[in-house]
Ligand binder design. Sequence first.
Ligand code: FE2
Length: 328
Amino acid sequence: MARPHIEPFVDRDIAFKNMLLPGFGRGMSYKILSMDNETGACTMTVQLAGGYSQVPGFSWSEWEMIVIEGELQLDGRTVRKGHYFYVPAGYAMPAVSSEKGALLLMMYNTGEPSLVEATDHHALCQTNLYHDVDTYLDITWAPGNIVKPSVASGVMIKLLNYNPISHAMTFLYCMTPAFYQDNISYHDCAEESYHLWGTSWMMQFGDVPTGGYFWRPAYINHGAFASEFGCIALGRVDSKLYNHFHYNPWSTPVQNQKRAAARVYQRDPLLYRWMVSYSHNHPHGPEDFEQTVQLRGKDYPNNEPATDGHQHSHWHTHEHHHDDDHDQ
Ligand SMILES: [Fe+2]
């Protein structure tokens, strides 16, 4: 996802704007926390005024939502703060209203916010993926150290959504009072967090208070961490979460990426053969694996002529730059 690094950021520091996109009801206002300028995918804090109502309908984008404060009415039931929704693209939600108003965190994952009036799901919707749950009352905390290498004890999690293909996750996490972790982390995935309540501290970015937010691309150092009184947050990662830990606050994202690749080489040398190419470690199509092998052997006989000034070419389904300093 091509969202820039947003950190530090606190939604309390900016004003709400009126939501004017078609489909949504009057009385909806929003703050953009991060946005993918290519797709329109975004994360927003959303305020619904008391008396808000919207028509039943679906979005062209997959979206997720958690109620931060207040209550919503939908489908003859009232949901309260801590209620989480995972809604696949094309899934027709019932009419939604909020008698007394509500504060929401909304995440449109694959496109800009949209609401198409409908009572039937789109024909191609993966309806079986839909789920919603009261995360505060109906899921218990689990130790955060189920992921190895582990964060320090004192982090607890509630897993809310898991994509078995990408290994992307959405989860609640909390830090217990007097929590600390003295090392520095980075990951191979982008990481996003919104503080529902409480304050934590990071060496690089300072305090993250209630309403604090970050969208952090891969390989950026974060930590040490601490929280004096504890905090609760919604977190997401866009692919497999692996905790690379170290104690060098001066390492750069490029150095971290190379160190992560070296770790893959140690752990999975055959996988490394397929993936390592630094800025080109993403699949483009079946023939790309063939090209990767050719690139490693510095043999390009079957490639199309390079059009970008480099010694190789392959499908590009999205914009990205080519580093000239890497070893092909
Ligand atoms: Fe992290």
